[in-house]
Design a protein around this ligand. Sequence first.
Ligand code: THU
Length: 131
Amino acid sequence: MTDYDLVELAYSMLSRSYVPYSKFPVGAALLCSDGSVFTGCNVENAAYGSTICAERTALVKAVSEGHRDDFVRLAVVGESSDYCWPCGACRQMLYEFAPELELLVGRADHTVTRLKLSDLLPHGFGPKALT
Ligand code: THU
């Protein structure tokens, strides 16, 4: 799958977002090395803290289907004028499995910026820290 296709898949997930409270849809698409892709959207809850972000939706879908150490690239997109930077909780969850994961972060005009998770979470706390 091309980067363009991954990003557009993430944008297509905006329509699945359940965002009655924030009205801030986020879409994600996570590519694995075997070519499989797991999509996600944010799913909010009346108990606000129970909300799950789009990136974590995609990640838990992938892990629950047997993927762990084969994550290649994640597209995460929103509809705001600034890039939809992953929140701290998502950075931490992703860091567990792929500290060097490539990120494609998009904004309303469908332009994306490319960087690594380790740029967003330097000196992150991961499994190695516990050894
Ligand atoms: N959100 C995400 O889906 N991903 C992020 O990394 C940032 C925040 C969602 C959570 C909530 O539904 C909405 O954006 C506003 O915070």
